[in-house]
Ligand binder design. Sequence first.
Ligand SMILES: Cc1cc2nc3c(=O)[nH]c(=O)nc-3n(C[C@H](O)[C@H](O)[C@H](O)COP(=O)(O)OP(=O)(O)OC[C@H]3O[C@@H](n4cnc5c(N)ncnc54)[C@H](O)[C@@H]3O)c2cc1C
Length: 427
Amino acid sequence: MNFDVVIIGGGLAGLTCGIALQEQGKRCVIINNGQAALDFASGSMDLLGRLPDGSAVSSLRPAFESLRRQAPQHPYSVLGIEAVESKATQFENILHQLNLELAGSARENHKRVTAIGGLRPAWLSPNTVPTVTNHQNFIHQRIAVLGIEGYHDFQPQLLIDNLQLNPQFAHCQFSSGFLNIPELDQLRRDAREFRSVNIAQLLEHKLSFDELAAEIKQAAGDAEAVFLPACFGLDDQSLFNGLKQATGLALYELPTLPPSLLGIRQHKQLSYRFEKLGGMMLNGDRALRAEFEGDKVACVYTRLHQEEPIAAENFVLAAGGFFSNGLSAEFERIREPVFDADIIETEQFRAQDRFSWTHKRFSSPQPYQAAGVIINAHCQVQKSGRFLPNLYAAGSVIGGYNAIELGCGAGVAVVTALIAAERIGGM
Ligand SMILES: Cc1cc2nc3c(=O)[nH]c(=O)nc-3n(C[C@H](O)[C@H](O)[C@H](O)COP(=O)(O)OP(=O)(O)OC[C@H]3O[C@@H](n4cnc5c(N)ncnc54)[C@H](O)[C@@H]3O)c2cc1C
């Protein structure tokens, strides 16, 4: 098999890169082993929420110099502010062609309401998720927070107790309640089955759409806005938008415990777009090893193609971090399993020193989170001390940053994916 580009990993980074390359007329294949971080994510995408010294970031550009000083190995520091900003904006434009209604801008973070009533900074959020800016009160006053009878992953009273501590919600009057949806009775028999995805699957066919809309309206009482767990609409927002229209209420949805419908919708729409543009997905397959010719990657072999090489001009490693097995930890070292690329070392973290991987305080940022491959400003990957001309990396397989600590996971994924795609396309 021969392609222009082989991409390893079909998460946010791999799919974004694949879409940009297909749009440039490149023939791409994505080898994808399984679920991605998107399937477990909040649906809100982060660009940069915090600096390593803990200070909050409301806008990327003014914070950039401090980030570069405090985290010189962060991918943004390697790429530079102009590249990061321009690729973040390019991604916002790509989103317009997808069936994803995300709101936000790289110019300023907003704050999204979490499932337990906290406020977290974000770059882009589904327009169905309740958000505020730093200085703005939430636009509605009377809010009903409604759970679903028997569904434990969303607790209305907990959300209310926490949310009303935030000044942006201090003017609100809250009520809580639970929806009674008889179609879900069959799920109640097994608590493990009572998850957002199972609920969405059952309700997908709109068999009792009118009853559901009536139930929401009744449970909302005199509220003008309603917060619901994200359990309505598996592929896209159309069911949720329909409910909004039918109830005449300002309905909002909140991410639940994983798996997360808001992230799954994004994964589906990105995959759909990639395939619609002619890209090929090898789902359920796993890249195992690569062959090199000089300092170039020649081909990869996969679990299902152990004898048949998959060759290309260029390769993109978008296999994710430890969560997705894009990195693996052995007793004495951390490694990148497909290309055996060099792993970054930081002040706190050394790949071959197990004792440097963790911090003794469980709740502190953990140094191993900064593990990953080394890139240059074109996102080319370093192996044996040299940057390989036709191997690029995108997303959380890259080292030098802690996405959880800094709130920058999706931003790094799409910015690096689009830089790699531009470099490959321009060659
Ligand atoms: C649980 C969780 C929740 C998160 N929530 C958020 C959030 O709400 N907002 C945010 O901005 N960021 C979030 N992040 C950060 C997240 O990592 C990035 O936002 C981004 O989604 C990472 O995308 P990725 O494509 O680099 O990696 P991944 O999404 O991990 O995708 C990598 C893919 O590669 C596949 N793969 C791995 N090895 C191979 C192989 N050898 N061959 C073939 N396929 C392979 C994996 O199966 C996986 O599908 C979250 C991360 C995690 C782990």
